[in-house]
Ligand binder design. Structure first.
Ligand SMILES: N[C@@H](CCC(=O)N[C@@H](CS)C(=O)NCC(=O)O)C(=O)O
Length: 266
């Protein structure tokens, strides 16, 4: 088998990995994506060469045992070699083919794919200024996505403050995206599809999964933050679904957003 251009380890499916997978399809970069269902990743060795653990390797005094930090509970098994390359100890975790370079943060893994495939299809802007504007969207996405991560992890027991904080982060982000799409351009950062659009689709698609918790929110006295989204932010939702339905996005997203259409249609 030919060596891939980039290796990625994560729980799957993961919209943060989908960012890299969509870009890879668009610019013909080969990825080796390794992982398993979220609940099963605690049974894997988080390493430069990740693999399922044997039962006898899973004990609390293992040199690899670490306390999970966010999104996981209990103990995870991360090697020193993994943590040298992935200092925040998170997934998705990407590696250069030789395993010498670790790349973390899904937006930066996305950037890596765009750089590797730039000669096939430029997804990272035609010049330094445009690339920096794309970076600015990626930064804004990350701020939104971090707020969304905290909100979704706490959704079973939200405080009023936590809910209000997400409302504010959502409105700020969505208003900015809507404003960008109200300019005379077809995409977020200009007239060409870029990694800014890819990151936007995946992060917003993940946030919309608050819709799975509508009853849980109601019992706490909250409504869906994204309710009336298409009415309040029409350009943003149109952009999301136009891209999500395009071939390369649809091939990676699969059924990830199907539930949203079902709920909206009912
Ligand atoms: N902003 C990061 C988020 C990555 C992240 O927080 N990953 C969590 C799972 S959702 C993780 O790997 N946690 C490891 C731990 O709990 O130790 C990205 O986009 O890649």
């Amino acid at each position: 088998m030919n060596e891939p251009d980039l290796r990625i380890f994560s729980y799957l499916p993961n919209p943060r990995v989908m960012k890299a997978a969509i870009a890879a399809k668009l610019c013909n970069v080969s990825l080796d994506i390794v992982g398993t269902k979220p609940a099963e990743l605690a049974n894997w060795l988080w390493d430069v060469h990740p693999r399922p653990l044997e039962a006898h390797e899973k004990f609390n005094h293992s040199p690899h045992a670490r306390t999970a930090q966010r999104g996981f509970d209990g103990t995870l098994f991360k090697t020193d070699a993994f943590l040298r390359l992935q200092p925040f100890g998170t997934v998705p975790a990407a590696f250069s083919p030789d395993g010498d370079v670790g790349i973390f943060e899904s937006n930066s893994i996305l950037r890596a794919v765009a750089r590797l495939g730039a000669s096939t299809r430029p997804l990272y802007g035609p010049n330094d200024y445009e690339a920096s504007r794309i970076d600015a969207f990626l930064d804004a996405n990350l701020v939104f996505a971090r707020e969304a991560q905290v909100y979704l992890l706490e959704i079973a027991g939200l405080t009023k403050q936590a809910h209000a904080r997400m409302v504010s982060a959502y409105s700020f982000y969505m208003a900015g995206v809507e404003a960008a799409l109200s300019l005379d351009t077809s995409h977020l950062a200009g007239n060409a599809l870029s990694i800014a659009d890819i990151s936007f689709v995946c992060d917003l698609a993940q946030f919309l999964r608050e819709g799975h918790s509508v009853e849980m929110l109601r019992t706490q006295g909250f409504e869906l933050i994204s309710a009336n989204g298409p009415e309040t932010y029409p350009r943003t939702f149109a952009h999301l679904f136009t891209l999500a339905n395009s071939p390369e996005f649809a091939a990676v997203l699969g059924s990830y957003l199907d539930w949203y259409h079902r709920v909206k249609a009912s």
